[in-house]
Design a protein around this ligand. Structure first.
Ligand SMILES: [Zn+2]
Length: 295
């Protein structure tokens, strides 16, 4: 499996900031140690590509450091030129992973899944929406039309939903922690919401029951899977309580369902905020190895 990294493009964060910047290097090192995963650095998405998903005035403010204070607060990360470069690389990694998926059946971004970024602005640690950019870039190149987004990050993919609201050829399926961010929801096409503390069995039952419906309704040529590690029981932000074994079973369920349907998959890792961060890294690497293993 080809995988695309962007962790070397780091950016400044204030001490104690809860964004786990360190996990990306650890995930890359683990991926590089896996014989079934071939890691390359991603190119930066171009501003034209970003313009497929985002308003020109927002992109202009991101580019020149002109974000309003409230926009920076909504983003939750301090603006810097390095942050912009990193965010462009992260989108580039998803575009490259999606192209790899179409060629090889699977491709991965060792990050990405920035699903809170709306067309008109960044939110919740997400500067740009990588999946929306990738879908539109592939369509512009005539590569795919119908896509399915399977978003199993614990947080709802509000930005992706907003972008695809009027798009009949982009189907969004998500399973969320009901009391998790964002607090102003944007409806997707098919969603399940769970109360605090829900564990493996009800979660896996829902994925197993709803994913075939999503596939039947979407009839996708390509799937984007946001394999969030934050439904984990020891995640600091996620309110659900899946075990590591439950998350591995979830990934296997998704991989097998997509394989049966013959749908190529672009894997992104999305959120994960466990303490210690090594738990998130282990969950991410288990996901990557599951998708890299021959079926
Ligand atoms: Zn999340």
């Amino acid at each position: 499996m080809r995988a695309f990294a962007h962790d070397v493009f780091t950016y400044p964060l204030p001490p104690g900031h809860r964004f786990p910047l360190g996990k990306y290097r650890l995930v890359r090192e683990g991926a590089e140690a896996s014989p079934s995963i071939d890691v390359a650095d991603a190119r930066a998405a171009t501003w034209d590509e970003l313009g497929l998903a985002h308003a020109p005035d927002y992109l202009a403010r991101v580019g020149d450091g002109g974000l309003a204070r409230r926009e920076e607060l909504a983003l939750g990360l301090p603006w810097s030129p390095e942050l912009v470069e990193r965010a462009r690389r992260s989108v580039g990694a998803t575009v490259a992973a999606a192209q790899a998926a179409l060629a090889d059946g699977v491709g991965a971004n060792l990050g990405g899944g920035t699903h809170h970024a709306h067309p008109d602005g960044g939110r919740g640690f997400c500067v740009f929406n990588d999946v929306v950019v990738a879908v539109r870039a592939l369509r512009a190149a005539g590569r795919v039309q119908r896509v399915l987004v399977v978003d199993l990050d614990v947080h709802q993919g509000d930005g992706t939903h907003a972008a695809f609201m009027e798009d009949p050829e982009a189907f969004t399926f998500g399973v969320n922690g009901f009391r998790n961010y964002p607090f102003r929801r944007v409806p997707g096409d098919l969603e399940a919401d769970f109360a605090d503390g829900v564990g493996d069995d009800p979660y896996l039952e829902a994925v197993g029951r709803l994913l075939p419906q999503a596939l039947a309704r979407a009839r996708p040529e390509l799937c984007f899977y946001l394999a969030g590690a934050d439904p984990y029981e020891r995640d600091r932000l996620g309110r659900l309580a899946l075990t590591k074994e439950g998350l591995a079973a979830r990934d296997r369920l998704v991989r097998e369902a997509l394989a049966r349907a013959g749908v190529p998959v672009c894997l992104t890792l999305a959120g994960g905020y466990a303490d210690p961060i090594e738990d998130t890294v282990e969950i991410n690497l288990t996901t990557l190895r599951e998708f890299a293993s021959p079926s």
